[in-house]
Design a protein around this ligand. Structure first.
Ligand code: F3S
Length: 406
């Protein structure tokens, strides 16, 4: 195989075939000429490349780094971050943290946690990671078809691969951070076109219903368990962008789906003629999904998993105009989307609901105070019980607002 850049050389990293092409800059970094942190980060990327059979690196357009909430990273992670000395060399954003910066007291976050969380944020800021703190970086950073990325939050990875047609593996937090600091990632897995072909067909038979975001979340919740880590190809549905976001987020939660295709909808399905003959075909009927919607008591309602789009804020503003909440109603979105939709947010908050940036129902410790939470997201339905210890119920956005205001 030819080197991918002039002057490349192959360095054996152990087993026959375990080779990564390193360029002179890589050699300098590995020799510590740009500091110990960058040397260690590149070593990590080389090791990942070796494990996954990569032969070269690929430059990335952006990185998205998880391991941001003190609830998940903890003291050990914070101490490790504080040992690092380097700066991101590509646009990079942080995943949601455990509280809304600037509004943590209002949300009821305790002061000890807030201080620790601020320390985590400061550590990432020192490393040059942008503090957008969102799982929807695609609303803020230009991300295009064919871009190579190193993103780590599973719903963001799914959206980038499936809805945008960009290319990213689901990076662990350290791998994404290393890629942000080095500017490239090992080229394996979903960075390669040959690994992006459908592996199973999901034939959705749903002609009688006008599906909502929650229905697509429930579809993802159901099918994620069936397909595991395979790449599904959907037929019989025509979701819009927010519905695609809900579908992918849920499949990444109950399965390990980092890429899916929808016939005549998603970009690679539109540009390529996939060969699907011989693939397993799984039929999904409306009744399979309907069983996921159950009426159970609710103490609080939480929306915005993944973080709300402008269109979702618009819907919520319309539904909440002239109403008052009778239960806590949390809505999560990125700071950038909130800033750009101030009037909608004002209308929503006049109802008593709260629109918080930086955090979410799963990574904030505040949600642990509720025994039951209603959501409109298949991903939240999967994660809230484990991460918050609450019973989760899924309903449409309209039902969530009705329950929060009745
Ligand atoms: Fe985003 Fe939190 Fe859901 S990170 S996808 S809102 S669990």
């Amino acid at each position: 195989m030819q080197p991918w850049y002039s002057g490349a050389r192959l360095i054996s990293r152990g087993q026959p075939g375990d080779r990564m092409q390193l360029d002179p800059d890589d050699e300098r970094i590995l020799a510590g000429e740009e500091g110990e942190t960058k040397a260690k980060m590149l070593e990590l990327l080389v090791a990942l490349g070796k494990v996954f059979g990569a032969e070269r690196f690929v430059p990335i357009r952006s990185a998205q780094v998880s391991g941001a909430s003190y609830k998940t990273i903890g003291e050990y992670g914070l101490q490790w971050l504080n040992t690092l000395e380097a700066k991101a060399v590509v646009p990079s954003v942080l995943n949601p943290i455990g509280m809304p910066r600037g509004r943590w007291e209002e949300m009821g976050v305790d002061e000890d946690f807030a201080q620790k969380q601020e320390a985590v944020v400061a550590a990432y800021a020192r490393l040059g990671i942008g503090l957008e703190c969102t799982c929807t970086p695609y609303y803020l950073k230009q991300t295009s078809y064919g871009d190579h990325l190193a993103w780590s939050e599973s719903s963001a990875v799914s959206y980038a691969n499936s809805v945008i047609g960009a290319r990213t593996n689901r990076e662990g937090g350290p791998g994404a951070l290393a890629a942000a600091l080095i500017g490239k990632t090992p080229c394996y897995g979903l960075h390669l076109g040959k690994n992006r072909q459908p592996q199973v067909i999901i034939d959705v038979q749903m002609a009688t219903r006008d599906w909502t975001i929650a229905d697509y979340g429930a579809l993802g919740y159901y099918t994620g368990k069936l397909v595991g880590n395979r790449i599904p190809f959907f037929t019989g549905i025509r979701p819009d962008y927010d519905q695609l976001k809900a579908l992918g987020a849920a499949m990444a939660a109950t399965g390990a789906v980092a890429l899916y295709h929808v016939g005549d909808v998603t970009p690679e399905a539109l540009r390529q003629r996939f060969v699907t003959t011989g693939l397993e075909k799984i039929p999904v009927e409306v009744r399979d999904i309907a069983g996921i919607f159950r009426e159970t008591p609710v103490e609080a309602v939480a929306l915005g998993c993944p973080h709300c789009s402008p269109e979702e804020l618009k819907t919520l503003s319309r539904l909440l105009t002239g109403k008052s909440v009778t239960k806590p109603l949390y809505i999560f979105a990125s700071q950038g989307v909130i800033e750009a939709n101030r009037l909608l947010v004002k209308t929503i908050e006049q109802s008593g609901a709260r629109v918080y940036a930086d955090t979410c129902m799963v990574v904030s410790p505040v949600m642990e105070r509720y025994a039951s939470v209603m959501v409109n997201s298949g991903k939240a339905l999967a994660y809230v019980p484990d991460m918050c210890g609450a019973v989760a119920r899924i309903g449409t956005t309209e039902d969530c607002v009705r329950v929060a205001t009745e």
